[in-house]
Design a protein around this ligand. Structure first.
Ligand code: SF4
Length: 287
């Protein structure tokens, strides 16, 4: 960092360790029907069917797709390079892997064999990865507890608690999946309180996309009902939701351009973002 006295070292408090390149969900090609935006959808519901990989809003899915897993040695070398904090333990780091649970205990053992001490692992994963890997996570937490390592589920992209919006986001998950993942995390917290974290109070920032292009009174009511019924505001919801962003390069970019083409409309552009929240104008109005 450049300070008055010249270059000064920047204190690094958290790191990122790459284990997956891209996202396995982006390796799955599907052909969902994505509804027209609520703002121009009247009477007969129209939708666009388009082939896409991963979540429809995600530019990582388009940019990277999925290029596989780095070998354990490469992952450990990255961890070895992290700075240390108290008692010569490595700083907390986020493991970049949407489905880490089946292989995490082996990684932890390999790290232990090298006499590398960890302080905290932050996991960013999908709800289906948590559900299918929960037994692996329990085994991991038992070992983590003995070694005084904190495991934080720092982000799960729940995105919505309305099934229609989840379908339009091509999340590949239902509200029931999201709620099951939340129940599992709450149960794990009750069992492994000092070793495991998942809540907004513990520094997690789970994904919740709102507003979206498909919001109606019905979707708002469903979201709100689920949030109240399951107390999601207490531990799951972030302080602020993330508005839906449609980047030109994302699958939703293709979706909205196809609607523009079919309907003779044009939404405004703001740099690399398409302004779905504005009123579109007829294409011949552009001058
Ligand atoms: S939003 Fe997350 S889960 Fe969806 S494709 Fe992108 S990286 Fe994968």
């Amino acid at each position: 960092r450049l300070a008055k006295e010249g270059l000064t070292p920047l204190k690094i408090t958290t790191g990122q360790v790459l284990q997956h390149i891209g996202c396995p969900h982006a390796a799955r090609t599907t052909e969902p029907c994505i509804d027209y935006p609520a703002s121009i959808s009247t009477g007969h519901k129209k939708s666009i069917k388009l082939p896409l990989r991963g979540c429809s809003f995600c530019d990582v899915a388009v940019d990277k797709g999925f290029h596989g897993t780095l070998d354990t040695e490469t992952v450990i070398r990255q961890i070895q390079c992290l700075p240390e904090i108290r008692y010569a333990r490595k700083i907390p780091f986020e493991l970049i892997n949407e489905y880490p649970l089946p292989i995490l205990l082996d990684l932890l053992e390999a790290i232990h064999l090298r006499d590398i001490e960890l302080s905290q692992i932050n996991l960013t994963l999908r709800a289906d990865g948590l559900i299918s890997g929960v037994e692996h996570l329990k085994s991991l937490l038992m070992v983590a507890a003995r070694r005084d390592i904190f495991v934080l589920i720092s982000s799960i992209g729940f995105e919505s608690f309305d099934d229609r919006i989840l379908r339009n986001l091509n999340k590949g998950l239902s509200v029931a999946d999201n709620l099951q993942a939340i129940r599992l995390m709450r149960d794990l917290k009750a069992e492994f309180g000092d070793t495991f974290g998942y809540s907004n109070r513990e520094g997690a920032n789970h994904g919740f996309i709102h507003p979206t292009a498909w919001d109606t009174e019905e979707t708002a009511a469903k979201n709100q009902k689920t949030i109240s019924l399951y107390g999601l505001q207490n531990d799951i919801l972030p302080p602020h939701s993330t508005p839906l962003v449609i980047h030109h390069a994302s699958a939703l970019g293709d979706w909205i351009r196809e609607i523009e083409h079919r309907e003779g409309l044009q939404w405004p552009r703001y740099g690399s973002v398409i302004g779905w929240w504005d009123t579109p104008h007829a294409k011949h109005d552009q001058g």
